[in-house]
Design a protein around this ligand. Structure first.
Ligand code: HEM
Length: 225
């Protein structure tokens, strides 16, 4: 019984940290989307997010902890599940019992994590360097204009390989969320008249947000041909 209890606790921890990351994803998408419609708005929000004390000193560390926690727990869960089912799973194995996305959460998760490595290198490391090592919090370039929009666009303009890697990662993020987001509510025991609506919402979110990111990356690439 103890084993079952801890395995449920692990799944709940996975669901809660996943839901937290989904919230981050929604705000990250909303802010990034402004880069398509209004460079000025994107610059202003970026400057705010990049210099606000609450965002930088509280939310950012919580977010990074959330990413690491979700990733480490995901591994632990997978290893425990595999050792628990190593004998009996042979006869239940295969696509007949569970869809591909639910059986490959670790694989899609690892690809998203690898993407995050590249993504941090692309944006975050540079930001930390300019702001906290060079000590330049102005957000301005040498011409005295906000630098965020042009720096973001530069990652995609004339960079077909990076765009392709990003797009591939977003597709796998979609697959990861298609199972993960919906099942997090199940894990939390949500089972009422809203369950069906929640399922529709989570599946729609899992498709719309990653495809929105695809749109942003391809937009900046095509807009600068
Ligand atoms: C076209 C798509 C995307 C663009 C243009 C983009 C852009 C950015 C930029 C400009 C930053 C730097 C923020 C800073 O100043 O520190 C950033 C940070 C980050 N991005 Fe993205 N992003 C995209 C997609 C994603 C996706 C799909 C994920 C998650 C799976 C993600 C996760 C993160 C994380 C975790 C950070 C670090 C946040 C922090 O500053 O603490 N991004 N992104």
């Amino acid at each position: 019984m103890g084993g079952i209890k801890t395995s449920i606790a692990r799944k709940v921890a996975m669901a809660l940290s996943g839901l937290f990351l989904v919230l981050f994803l929604a705000q990250h998408f909303t802010i990034n989307f402004t880069s398509v419609v209004s460079p000025d708005t994107f610059n202003e929000i970026s400057q705010f997010m990049g210099t606000n004390f609450l965002v930088q000193a509280v939310l950012q560390p919580i977010l990074i902890f959330g990413v690491i926690f979700h990733f480490v727990m995901g591994f632990v869960l997978e290893i425990k599940n595999n050792s628990a089912r190593s004998v009996s799973y042979a006869k239940y194995n295969g696509g007949a019992n569970s869809p591909w996305v639910s059986r490959n959460m670790l694989l899609t998760g690892i690809v998203v994590l690898a993407f995050l490595g590249l993504h941090f290198y692309d944006f975050w490391v540079h930001e930390m360097q300019v702001k906290y090592i060079q000590g330049d919090m102005s957000g301005l370039n040498e011409a005295g204009e906000f630098r965020y929009y042009e720096e973001t666009v530069a990652k995609f303009a004339g960079q077909p390989v990076r765009v392709a890697i990003y797009v591939f990662s977003f597709v796998l993020l979609m697959l990861h969320l298609l199972h993960g987001f919906a099942s997090s509510f199940q894990t939390m025991g949500v089972n009422n008249k809203y369950s069906k609506g929640i399922k529709v919402f989570t599946k729609a979110f899992a498709i719309v947000i990653p495809m929105g990111f695809v749109f942003i990356a391809i937009f900046h690439y095509l807009n600068n041909l």
